[in-house]
Design a protein. Structure first.
Length: 255
C-alpha cells in the first residue's frame, strides 16, 4: 500500500486501486501523518489541525474514532500506528514524499550516472502540488513548501547530472523546462487555445534541445553548468511572442 502526497492525497492498494478516504477530514488526518513521517504527531496537535476552534467535547476520543474509521476504510489496521500521546504512519517507506526525499539525498553523494537514476526515480513520483488542495492548510503549508523546494533542487540536480554525462541537448531541454514549463505557458491562455500554445512550446523545447550540444558545451566549459539557463530567455520570449499573437479560436456553436 502506498500513501501518495506528491499531488492530491491518495492511498493506492497493492492491486493499484485508489482507496476511498471517506471525505476531507480523513484525508487531512492522513496527510498530516504522512507529512510528518517518520515522526509521530501528538493527539493535541492533530485535534487542533482537524477541528481548529471547534473542538469536540472529548478530542482524544474523537481523534481515536477518526483513526479507527480510516484504518477500517483502508482495510489496513496497521497503516496508522498508535504511540504514546499520539499517532504516526507505521511504515514511512510507504509514503512517496519520504521516498522522494530519500532518493534526493542518495543522489547528492553519488556519481553522475547513479545520481541521474535516483533523480529520475524521484521525479517519476511527482504528480503535482504536494497534498493537492490540502497543501494550503496551515499545518501542511511548511511541508508542502519544503517538498516544492526539494523538487526544484532535484530538477536542477538532474540538469547537472546530464551535463556531467555529456548529454548536453537533454540538459538544455530540462533547463528550459525549469523556467518555462508547459503548465506556465498554457496557463496564460484561454482553454480553447492551449493545445496550440503547447504545440509551440514543444517546438521551442525542440529548438533548445537542438542547440544544446553546440551552445551548452561552450557555456559550461567556460562558466559552469548553470550557464545553460542564460539562453532560455530568448527562446522563451520567442515562444511567448508567437503564442501571444494567436487569434482566439471560434467557440463551438458560433461557427
Amino acid at each position: 500500500m502506498q500513501i501518495r502526497v506528491l499531488g492530491p492525497i491518495e492511498v493506492v492498494t497493492r492491486d493499484g486501486r485508489a482507496a476511498p478516504l471517506g471525505g476531507q477530514r480523513p484525508a487531512l488526518l492522513l496527510a498530516l501523518l504522512a507529512a510528518n513521517a517518520p515522526r509521530a504527531l501528538s493527539t493535541g496537535r492533530l485535534a487542533d489541525a482537524l477541528w481548529g476552534d471547534r473542538q469536540p467535547v472529548n478530542p482524544a476520543a474523537a481523534l481515536q474514532s477518526q483513526v479507527s474509521r480510516l484504518r477500517h476504510r483502508l482495510s489496513d489496521p496497521h497503516l496508522v500506528e498508535t504511540v504514546a500521546g499520539g499517532y504516526r504512519v507505521a511504515a514511512p517507506g510507504q509514503v512517496d514524499g519520504v521516498v522522494f526525499e530519500s532518493l534526493s539525498a542518495e543522489a547528492e553523494g553519488a556519481g553522475p550516472r547513479a545520481a541521474l537514476q535516483r533523480l529520475d526515480a524521484a521525479l517519476s513520483l511527482w504528480r503535482g502540488s504536494p497534498f493537492g488542495d490540502l497543501g494550503d492548510h496551515e499545518y501542511l503549508r511548511p511541508a508542502a513548501a519544503r517538498l516544492e523546494e526539494r523538487h526544484t533542487l532535484v530538477a536542477e540536480g538532474r540538469v547537472e547530472a546530464l551535463l556531467a554525462l555529456g548529454r548536453h541537448g537533454e540538459a538544455v531541454g530540462a533547463a528550459l523546462a525549469l523556467s518555462c514549463g508547459p503548465a506556465l505557458a498554457t496557463s496564460l491562455y484561454p482553454e480553447d487555445q492551449r493545445i496550440r500554445v503547447l504545440g509551440l512550446y514543444t517546438m521551442m523545447f525542440g529548438i533548445g534541445s537542438a542547440l544544446g550540444p553546440i551552445l551548452a558545451g561552450e557555456l559550461v566549459q567556460h562558466f559552469g553548468w548553470r550557464a545553460v539557463f542564460w539562453f532560455r530567455a530568448p527562446i522563451a520570449l520567442l515562444a511567448f511572442s508567437l503564442t501571444w499573437s494567436l487569434p482566439p479560436s471560434t467557440p463551438r456553436g458560433q461557427q
